[in-house]
Write a protein that binds this ligand. Structure first.
Ligand SMILES: [Zn+2]
Length: 243
C-alpha cells in the first residue's frame, strides 16, 4: 500500500470513528511543572489545594479571567508539580445559571451553526470523553457542551467544555458542538436530556442569532460518513419544539 493510500485509509477510519479532525496531542509534562486537565465538577480552588499551589499563581500563569468559569478538559499549568493528581469533583449547591455561561462572551467567534452528536456509548460524561479524545490526539474534549443521561453525570445535566469557556472552534469554523450521552441507534434520548437540549438551543440561537435551519445532526454535514446522532434521535420533534 502506498503512503498516500495508507494516509487516506487512516483519515477514513478516523472519520468513521468520530468525524472529528485531529489536532496535535498535548503532553502532560510542562516547563516548570505539569499540565492538569480539568475534570467534571473540578474547581480551581480544589485543584490548587490538591497540588498545594497558590490559586492566585495558577490564575496568573494561565491567564484566567474568571476563576469560576473553567471548562472540562481545560489545560492548566501547575507550577512545581511532577505528576498529575486526581481532584475530587465538587457539586455546586447553586450551579451558575445557564444563561450566564452561554450568554454573549467577550470573544469574537461568529457562531453560525450547531451540530448535534451522540456519544455512541451508553455511559459517559465530559471528563470521560475528554480523556478519550486526548488519547486519540484530538486536543481534548471535542464538544462545547455535553448533556448527561444519568450515568457519568446527571440526567439532563449540561456540562460545559473548555472549548466553550475559551471560545475555541473545531475544524469547522463557527460550529458549536453539542453531544448527548447515549447510543441513539439502540436507546432513546431521555426526557430530561431532550428538555435540556431545547433549553440550551433556545439560548444559543437567541444569543448568537443562529437560524434554526443551521441546527443539524453530525450526519447532515456534507461528506460525513456517520450515523451520528443515531436513528432514534428525535430531530423532527426538536425542530417542532423550537419553532
Ligand atoms: Zn458525531
Amino acid at each position: 500500500m502506498s503512503r498516500n493510500s495508507q494516509l487516506s485509509l487512516l483519515i477514513l477510519i478516523s472519520l468513521f470513528l468520530s468525524g472529528c479532525a485531529t489536532i496535535p496531542y498535548e503532553p502532560t509534562v510542562a516547563p516548570g511543572g505539569i499540565y492538569h486537565f480539568v475534570g467534571s465538577g473540578q474547581t480551581l480552588y480544589r485543584i490548587s489545594k490538591v497540588y498545594g499551589v497558590d490559586m492566585k499563581e495558577i490564575i496568573r500563569l494561565n491567564n484566567i479571567k474568571d476563576p469560576n468559569q473553567i471548562g472540562v478538559g481545560e489545560r492548566l499549568l501547575i507550577p512545581g508539580a511532577r505528576v498529575p493528581l486526581s481532584v475530587e469533583p465538587y457539586q455546586p449547591v447553586t450551579p451558575q445559571p445557564l444563561e450566564k455561561i452561554v450568554g454573549k462572551r467577550q470573544y469574537r467567534v461568529k457562531w453560525r451553526y450547531i451540530t448535534l452528536h451522540h456519544s455512541a456509548t451508553r455511559e459517559g460524561n465530559a471528563e470521560a470523553f475528554d480523556r478519550h479524545h486526548r488519547r486519540r490526539r484530538m486536543g481534548g474534549l471535542f464538544y462545547h457542551f455535553v448533556i448527561g443521561n444519568g450515568t457519568g453525570s446527571g440526567d439532563g445535566e449540561i456540562e460545559v467544555g473548555w472549548r466553550w469557556m475559551r471560545q475555541v472552534e473545531v475544524q469547522r469554523s463557527g460550529d458549536i458542538q453539542i453531544c448527548l450521552v447515549g447510543d441513539f441507534n439502540k436507546q432513546k434520548v431521555s426526557y430530561a436530556q431532550f428538555n435540556s437540549l431545547v433549553k440550551l438551543l433556545k439560548i444559543l440561537t437567541r444569543q448568537y442569532s443562529i437560524s434554526f435551519n443551521n441546527i443539524r445532526g453530525h450526519q447532515d454535514i456534507k461528506g460525513k460518513i456517520t450515523e451520528c446522532p443515531g436513528e432514534n434521535f428525535p430531530f423532527s420533534r426538536l425542530q417542532a419544539e423550537l419553532r
